[in-house]
Design a protein around this ligand. Structure first.
Ligand code: ATP
Ligand code: MG
Length: 556
């Protein structure tokens, strides 16, 4: 699967847009990605970003980035910056269309006064608990507030005093006057404004009252001329309210809301609260921990934006809730990197090997292709000498049948170099093998035997005096259960105790010393690795395993 050339799959949103353009309902489409800046983006948000920016790209429209920043208590500048960075990293560009719902606060306020003047909104003095008690249930109508029918002038005066900061937090709210008996609870006189004496990350101290999300969202869409307002299914119940505002306010445009099923991914959690807990409890190292499903984490792990986009394309867009297996996402990055990542040799758990018949002090250079199928990616030289490291588990003193790597008396091919035969081992006091001795076949330069004898195994290696010492981290899934979030259970009991293994003494071939931060390689026979952008230092890149070469989970 080549990520960027895959045909564009049909989905119901594309069909709607296509029809709206064909029928002339819209000349051009305008979508938006509307995060609340109250946390970092995760892979579920990537789906929404790809849908919104993808539609705009595919149909020649535009997509806005709009912060729906109506709750200053939970919002921070840091989130705003990180969200922008993640969207850019994913490969999307909002151009000059960066907006904040808070930039519309004055217009929203005017519209609230408009509703009051129309007799369609009132200042409520019941407490939050009383409002809840009046709301009714799914089977029972709500009860009207005693403040519901106060005169327009009194509502206006009180609302203006709310804005002026005359009342403490929670003392009053502004409610729409819709229908306390509506079967849709969202229409039972929803709250439009609340009092909050809190500074706002984008507009500072200007406001003492803040609009509710529902009162801001659709009107912001209308102000921006959004044609297709795409959100997740949980907003389906809010759609009648979304439309009520558009019907009852002098808005400049008429956006339409469409809902799709959110992304649910196995072996992870995506609720902001749980992700937050993982960070604050130090279960992970931070929001960008490579095991986190946040875009910062996925990026640091080494996923390419192309792979994330391919994943979002592959899973499609539907209207029924479903679960996507983590292995699908892993396969997307694997197939992207299989095509693009240069190959290299790295020994993760080193065992020293002395090639006893190889001249001391001699060094040979072997040419190694950077990609077996792509000669245009070039090659590099790897140095070979009398002492090398191989992978600890490429040697077994008493090998089982079918073990084609090194064992006493057995021959293997050292990738790109020579055939060697194991002639003996050196053990420590506890009987552990600490060094191995081999003899090489000088006639096998390049790896094939002059007499044509078959060599079954090929292993990777690095020269002890031509390698870089570094740390490699093997990351695995954070949870060992497909649904750690399942009802009632504490998700923490499903934490995978082996989700990270730090290998402090890994040895890299010398060419990797110059690896730039955020570059990716296939370490032969090991998997795909990414030079960590935080912990790498010049000449000493620290590597994160992005994914293994083969799926080791679905077989379990
Ligand atoms: P909150 O509970 O704070 O609202 P949220 O994850 O919905 O959390 P938003 O900032 O509101 O966060 O999300 C921005 C957009 O991303 C919304 O349109 C939302 O529907 C969409 N989105 C959030 N989670 C997912 C998901 N798992 N799959 C697809 N889209 C998602
Ligand atoms: Mg939300």
């Amino acid at each position: 699967m080549s990520t960027e050339t895959a045909p564009i799959a049909a989905n119901f949103l594309r069909t709607i847009v296509e029809e709206d353009l064909k029928s002339g309902k819209h000349q051009t489409i305008v979508t938006r990605f509307p995060p609340e800046p109250n946390g970092y983006l995760h892979i579920g948000h990537a789906k929404s970003i790809c849908i919104n920016f993808g539609l705009a790209r595919d149909f020649g429209g535009r997509c806005h980035l709009r912060f729906d920043d109506t709750n200053p208590v939970k919002e921070e500048m840091e989130y705003i910056e990180s969200i922008k960075e993640s969207v850019t990293w994913l490969g999307f560009d909002w151009g000059k269309h960066l907006y904040y719902a808070s930039d519309y606060f004055e217009q929203l306020y005017q519209w609230a006064e408009f509703l009051i003047q129309q007799g369609k909104a009132y200042v409520e003095e019941l407490t939050a608990d009383e409002i809840r008690a009046h709301r009714g249930t799914l089977t029972e109508a709500g009860r009207e507030s005693p403040w519901r029918n106060r005169p327009v002038e009194e509502n206006l005066e009180l609302f203006r005093r709310m804005r002026a900061g005359e009342f403490p937090d929670g003392a009053r709210v502004l409610r729409a006057k819709i229908d306390m008996a509506s079967p849709n609870i969202n229409l039972r006189d929803p709250v439009l404004y609340r009092i909050l004496h809190a500074p706002h990350p984008h507009v500072g101290d200007a406001w003492k009252i803040y609009p509710m999300y529902d009162f801001a969202h659709g009107q912001s869409d209308a102000i921006e001329g959004i044609t297709h307002s795409i959100c997740t299914l949980e907003f389906e119940d809010h759609k009648p309210l979304y439309e009520w505002f558009l019907d009852n306010l002098p808005v400049p445009a008429r956006p339409r809301q469409y809902e799709f099923a959110r992304l649910n991914l196995t072996y992870t959690v995506m609720s902001k609260r749980k992700l937050h807990e993982l960070v604050t409890s130090r279960t992970v190292s931070g929001w960008d921990d490579p095991r986190m499903p946040t875009l910062m984490g996925i990026r640091r792990r080494g996923y390419t934006p192309e792979a994330v986009r391919a994943f979002c394309e592959l899973i499609g867009v539907g209207r029924s809730d479903s679960w996507i297996d983590m292995s699908i996402m892993e396969e997307c990055v694997r197939s992207d990197l299989n095509e693009r990542a240069p190959r290299a040799m790295a020994v993760l758990r080193p065992l020293k090997v002395v090639i006893t018949n190889y001249p001391e002090g001699q060094v040979e250079q072997f040419e190694a292709a950077n990609h077996p199928q792509r000669p245009e990616m070039g090659s590099r030289m790897v140095s070979f000498s009398r002492e090398i490291y191989i992978e600890e588990d490429d040697f077994m003193e008493e090998p089982p049948k079918g073990f084609f790597r090194l064992a006493p008396g057995v021959e293997v091919r050292l990738r790109y170099a020579y055939i060697v035969r194991c002639t003996g081992v050196v053990k420590d006091a506890n009987g552990n093998v600490v060094e191995m001795h081999c003899e090489y076949d000088p006639a096998s330069r390049g790896g094939s035997a002059a007499d044509g004898r078959k060599i079954k195994g090929t292993i990777h290696w690095v020269s002890t005096s031509h390698c870089v010492d570094t740390e490699v981290r093997l990351f695995d899934r954070l949870f060992n259960d497909p649904n750690p979030d399942r009802g009632g259970a504490d998700y923490r009991q499903f934490l995978n105790p082996r989700s990270v293994e730090v290998l402090p003494a890994a040895k890299l071939e010398a060419s990797l010393a110059g690896a730039d931060p955020e570059s990716r390689f296939q370490f032969e026979r090991q998997g795909y690795f990414h030079s960590d952008p935080v912990d790498s230092t010049p000449g000493k890149p620290v590597f994160n395993r992005i994914v293994t070469l083969k799926d080791t989970w679905t077989k379990k």
